[in-house]
Each structure stands twice: as structure tokens, then as C-alpha cells.
Design a protein around this ligand. Sequence first.
Ligand code: MIC
Ligand code: SF4
Length: 754
Amino acid sequence: MAEAIIHDQLPIIRAAYLKHSQRVAAARALNGRALTYAEKILHAHAEGLSEKPQRGVSYVKFRPDRVAMQDATAQMALLQFMQAGRQRVATPSTVHCDHLIRARVGVHEDLNNAMTANREVYDFLESTSAKYGIGFWKPGSGIIHQVILENYAFPGAMMIGTDSHTPNAGGLGMIAIGVGGADAAEVMAGLPWSVRWPKLVAVVLKGTLSGWTSPKDVILRVAEILTVKGGTGKIIEYIGPGARSISATGKATITNMGAEIGATTSLFPYDEKSAMYLRSTGRGEIAALAAEIAAQLQPDPEAEADPKSYYDEVIEINLDTLEPHVVGPHTPDLGRAVSALAAEAAQQGWPSNISAALIGSCTNSSYEDIGRAAHVARQALAAGLKAKIPFLVTPGSDQVFATVERDGFLEPLRAIGATVLANACGPCIGQWQRDDVASGTPNAIITSFNRNFPKRNDGNPNTHAFIGSPEVVTAYALTGTLSTDPIHQPIVANGKSVMLAAPVADELPSRGFEERRSGFIAPPADGSTISIAVSPTSDRLQLLEPFMAWDGRDFAGLAVLLKATGKCTTDHISPAGPWLKYRGHLDKISDNMFLGAINAFTKEPGTGINVLTGETANLAANARAYKAAALGWVSIGDENYGEGSSREHAAMSPRFLGCKAVIARSFARIHETNLKKQGVLPLTFANAADWEQIGSHDRLAIVGLKDLAPGTSVTVVVTHADGRSTTLRCNQSFTPEELEWFRSGSAMNTMRDR
Ligand code: MIC
Ligand code: SF4
């Protein structure tokens, strides 16, 4: 099976490399200069480019090589794809079952429980995959991004994935972009994928990592510099000698978590580390093919020598002096060195007791990561120390799990008290049945995951989540407190004082990885006879009804359902955790709409004033009441509205419950596109201060919609409760093609109409 997965890809990769070399040569001529690495991949996949693309301006169509979907988003992606009426996918695609597994006691029981609890959804995903020619990875085989890195990622490729951390594959030199399910459905249906030609940021790495500093600290530092919206519309390219010194899996940690700065994607050039990883995962033949065109899988030397002339922004990080970092709570860009955390926690009054430490996840469960954590654990054991708090380990894939088990890394971790969970997202996505801390209790946790929004991991708004590298998190597990620095100060326990030495571990297993690909089910050559059954009484799955086309009239009398203040991520708009199980049922999941969004009108999450009754109620309930009364509504957003994930439910639920427009100070890229795809107007205030003008009982008219064209501004007339009215100017970023989606009601309607 393993052989087949790789072998099937070889002809595709050969053809891709031939095209890559030809296209790169042509692109140099078109641009009249040397190219960065991202530019090479973009040009190799662009369709019909006759002019030099303008960064941040030109809208370009691309032909990705692959589509990847995880179970929580694949349901909507496939339900939408089914509307296209195709027999088979036009682009190689895979589905990975990882998000729906709940972490409670440990790998075996949790996996068994998931198989029972999610049977209907797994059956749907498996049979749909078989029918349409999609590769299917069973629950337990691993988290999408690890499985992709181990089996499908190759330098120079382009992939889209229905998960925001798809850029993980950028660690292996690939442009891998997180998108909503509608984008995936279109590419699977044979349509191109469009995006504005990104701006380019170079992160020039000098020096080498040493001591406690790890790849995680590079991205934590970048997040601190660029903030959660600093990467919007940009590709982050890591270059310089330091880049070549980082392992391929370490690079993947960095590009994976680039989602947290809103970047379109992040990537590293192909180098010897990439080749080593490919060989170690049984893909020596791919490494050999890449080596033949190595120069084309890197930035041209001119670009690396003079980044300021080739990139829009240049950031320099010296790995020799980079300190281990911890970020949080509540946002990934609130960073500082580990050495500064205790003082800051005391000053801020954050709960000092850490209640749980968690390592692993899609971004930090490589052989090297677990090896370094295990080294810390071995030192603890030698000194008679154990984890003071619950300590959970989530391996990224079956292959990594089997290899670290074989090489004895899990033993010391278990011996200090770790529980090894299933190879799945688990606590990272709120699939953590936590019984030890009552909801509402202030506490801190520390993880090596990506995200730390309030309620993200355990549903408790008072859990202060911090993020660090697996080795740093392991050290904190031994002390259970934020008040001391466990890596620069001795750990005092059992009357002894122990100074931990900096962890060391191999990047890759000297004996190679244990091959574990038995979780893969290849699709049959002909799936046309397979029928897909969705029960009309199911509460897990629901066939989609097309959204209504726009009636050609301006919007008038719209109510303001919500005025979000502060951070409003997709986790605030469409929380996960207990709601994950309804990801295939639009009506059901819409009850979670805006549960986490802080409403400026009520000063609390999830509620708003129903303008029809004057009563304060749950926002989804208000929206349902407006829908029943045929009253359209808008949602008002703050900065970087829709930050975070790719989940299109955050756009579909509002659309389903009658939202006409979202007007925000600014948007995160994937969410803005998701809104457009579902036929909702995303508008931004031309004057950010106009956010203040909107009151709870105002009614909005959005006028001149017939003349909507790329670049035009939009007039919004606000009629206030006292009868006064204010006219606001808003901006929009629609392309001609995206306007079609708005007019026909959704991108899926446009696709079907064609
Ligand atoms: C996440 O990390 O937030 C998720 C859960 O993986 C999401 C996808 C989803 O909500 O299903 C993402 O990153 O896109
Ligand atoms: Fe899964 Fe967490 Fe990674 Fe998202 S960030 S794919 S939830 S492990």
C-alpha cells in the first residue's frame, strides 16, 4: 500500500517538474528579473498569465496539484461537491479523519468511542470518497497535515486544503494554502482556484538553533513581530543560511503556525534537509527527482543576496540569540521569552497554577519534537521528578507514533505521568472531555499547539492558554506553575534541586520511520455504482439546499444582529468542541452561531437584543426569528474579523439564517472569501471609526448594488433609532468572478449554473 501511494505520484511529479522548469524560465523573462521561490511556484501553477502580475493587486487563477480535506470540513466540502454533478474528482484529493475523535482516557478507548459516535459521518466520508475517486485516511491514521507531509507533500507543488494549517507542507517546499470547502469543491470539480497575487515577506534566518531554542520559537517570535493580521495577503518565505539548518519537520512547525499571523501561506526552499526527510519517509525517488531541478526549487541567488529588492518586507532573525518563547494567553501574538514569563504573569494577575500541559498536535509532534520532550522526561526521571499536572501527548500520525514508540521515546514520557492520546486533534480543537477543572474556574494551561483563543481547548472562558515548544511545555509540566522559569532555574522538588540540561534529539530516526499506511483506503477505479445515503432524519448530516439568488434589489431595513467588539475569530463565530459533531448538518450547527462573539450592545458573548421584541436573547435564536419574519440582517465586525480557521460554517450559518452583509473594520483572508463564496457581502468601513456609529436598533440600507464592480465603494445608509440617518462609505474587494457568486446566491450556484 505504502509503495502504491508513492508510486502513483511519481509520473505526476515528473510532469510537474518538467512544467516547473519551463514555466520558471518563462517567468524570469516575463518579470525581467530573478525570482523568489514563492514566485516560481506561483508562476508554475498560474493559468493564462500574459502580463507581469502585480503583487497585492492582480487576481490570478491557479491549478493546484492536490486537494486535502479533514473530516470536520470535508463534510461540507463534499456536500457542495456533490452539487457539481461530476463522476470523479478532477484533481487528486484525500480525506483525513482526525478532528472528530474526542480525547478522554487514551488512544484505544478514545478511538473506539469515536468509531461508534461518528459512524454515520465516517461512513458518509468513506463512501463519498470511494464514489468520487478520493483517497480516504481512516480515523487513527493521523492528523491531516502530518499525513500529507509524510505521504504527499513534495517541493515545488501547490495544494489547497480545507484547514487553515495546510501550510504545514510549506516545510517541504510546497505552496499549501488553507481554504473553505467551497474552494475545494470547485477545484475537485475541475475549476481553477483564484487568489490575489500575494505580497512577499522574507524572513532571513541567520545562525543556528541551539540549547532550548527550537523551530517553534521562530514562529512564536514571527507572530510577536507581525501580529495576528500581519501576514494577510502575504506569503512568508524563510530564507538564509539559518533556514537550511532547520530540520524539515521543524520547518513544517514554522509554516504550519504561520496560519496564526493570517499569512496566505509560508514556505521554505528545498534543501538537503528536505531530501533527508523524503528519503527517511520512503520517498527517495521523489528526493532524486527534486535534486535534478534543485536550483528551481529555491529562490534565485540574486533574491537571497539582496532580499530588500525582491521582497516587500524583510525580517531578520538570528537563531544564535533567539530565546525560547511562550505566547499567550488568549492570542498567539502576545509573546515573550520564557525568562520573562513569571514576572509578567505576576504583574498581570494571570492564574499562576498550570492545570494541564499538552504536547503534540499537527504542528509539533515530529520525531525530533517528541525526542526532545523525551530527553527532558528522562532527566526528570533520573532526578526522581514527575509531572505535577495532567500531561497529555497527541502524536500527529500513526507513522510518528509507531516510530517514537519503537525508539523508546514514549516510555519516559509515560513514566513521568503522560497520557498518550489518539493520533488526532483532540484537545487542540476542544475535543477534550475535561473532568478535572470545573468550567468557569480560572486556570492556566500550556500547550505546544497553534491556537489559544478563549474556550478553544476545554470550553472554559477562564482557561488562560499559553503556547510553547514541546520541550518547554514538558519542563512546565514538571513544575505546574507559571511563577518560576523551569528551563533557566533549578526545579525544586522532593527536597532536591534539579537543573534541566538543554534537550537534544535526532532530527530523524536512524533506522527510518516505521511504515504505517494501513489507515489508507484507495478509491476504486470506478465508483459510479456507489450510492450515497443521507438520512432525512439524521442530526449529523443534511443535504444542502441551494441558497436563493440575489433578487437584484438593494438591501433595505436590515437589522443589526450583532456588533462584535474585539477579537472575533471563527472560533467565536462558529465554536468547535461539542459543536464539531454537527459539521455536516447546516441547520443544527447554526444554533452555535456567534456563541463566542462579544456583542458591544450586551457586553457579553452570544447574546443580542431582538429588535422585534426588545428582549435580549441568544443570537442564533434572534437570527431565526428575523428569518421567520423575512427581516434581513447584518453583522458588524471589528479588526481581523474571522481570524483563525478555514471553517466555512462561520459563513454558511449566517447566510443560512438570513445575513446579507458583514461590515467590519478588516477581515481575515479565508473568512472573507468564505463569505463571498456563500453569497454574503463582506464590506469594510472606509473610515474605521464608523464602527462607533452603529447602534443596536439602527436599520441599514445597502444601496447601489446593481452597480457593484471591482473597486467601487458601497454606500450604507444607517437610520438610527431616533430617526436621524448617517451615510457611510464602505469598501469591498470583489472580483468580477466573485460578483457572480453574489448574484447567483453562492459560488456553488454559479458552478452548477455553468
Ligand atoms: C483549527 O485548528 O481551528 C481547525 C479546527 O483545524 C480549523 C478547521 C475546522 O474548524 O474544522 C482550521 O484550522 O481551519
Ligand atoms: Fe487539528 Fe489543532 Fe492542527 Fe487544527 S491546529 S488541524 S485542530 S491539531
